[in-house]
Design a protein around this ligand. Structure first.
Ligand SMILES: O=C(O)[C@@H](CO)OP(=O)(O)O
Length: 247
């Protein structure tokens, strides 16, 4: 049996401000750092060991991994960073307050933008100063690979090559892998792993900074998954994420 651990980054400054974030590169709050350290302590107490760590190219996930590995005294682990693990691009919503957006467009519309499988938020204009198209970290990407918006389906499509080319071969070869990523890039992985329907994925919310463990069989099919820590606290944290998009 293989184990894969997924961790959504700890609370970010824009989580705290309740702003749509996407590819905007905001850092962790003090609470977010504490959540990441707690995740590391929990993993260490439960006896988890890793051979490889993977994260996005966004600092809230990178720093979550740092603090988590620091708490585990596993700072020396090899780390692969990939833009493919970035948060889902939030298009023209990036920077807007979620509650205010719900007041303006309604809770239902915001739920569609946040959680639907195939309806993307309104796109950013390529010339918009919020666009990441001139960001050096994406200089090696092909034209059009830096999105102007994404629905979850788009995120699944760009996460899957990372699963197929990096994560799956590493896990299959016996490496124990931890992934520090984002609410919606983790939803993309969960949708694939558990074959969640397009309708059911709407109800899935990933809490900040709590390790989500997948046990996989030899074919990398999930046997079960569970969060580490107190189940009630996990449910409360996931419900709080769901409520962020309400007026
Ligand atoms: O703003 C975002 O990028 C994401 C994660 O913080 O938010 P949501 O939960 O609304 O998809």
């Amino acid at each position: 049996m293989h184990k894969l651990v997924l961790i959504r980054h700890g609370e970010s400054t824009w989580n705290l401000d309740n702003r749509f974030t996407g590819w905007t590169d905001v850092d962790l709050t003090a609470t977010g750092i504490e959540q990441a350290k707690t995740a590391g302590r929990l993993l260490r107490e439960e006896g988890y060991e890793f051979d490889l760590a993977c994260t996005s190219v966004l600092k809230r996930a990178i720093h979550t991994l740092w603090h988590c590995l620091d708490a585990m005294e596993r700072q020396w682990l090899p780390v692969i960073k990939s833009w493919r693990l970035n948060e889902r691009h939030y298009g023209a919503l990036q920077g807007l307050n979620k509650g205010e957006t719900a007041k303006k467009y309604g809770d239902e519309q915001v739920l569609v933008w946040r959680r639907s499988y195939d309806t993307p938020p309104p796109a950013l204009d390529a010339s918009d100063e919020r666009s990441e198209r001139t960001d050096l970290r994406y200089a090696g990407l092909a034209d059009g690979q830096v999105p102007l918006t994404e629905c979850l389906k788009d995120t699944v499509e760009r996460v899957m090559p990372f699963w197929n080319d990096t994560l799956a071969p590493a896990i299959r070869s016996g490496q124990r892998v931890v992934v520090s990523a984002h609410g919606n890039s983790i939803r993309a992985l969960v949708k694939y792993l558990d074959d969640v329907s397009d309708a059911d994925i709407v109800g899935l919310n990933i809490p900040n900074g709590i390790p989500l463990v997948y046990e996989l069989d030899a074919d990398l099919k999930p046997l079960r998954h569970f969060y580490l820590g107190d189940a009630e606290a996990v449910a409360k944290a996931a419900a709080a994420v769901a409520a962020q998009g309400k007026a």
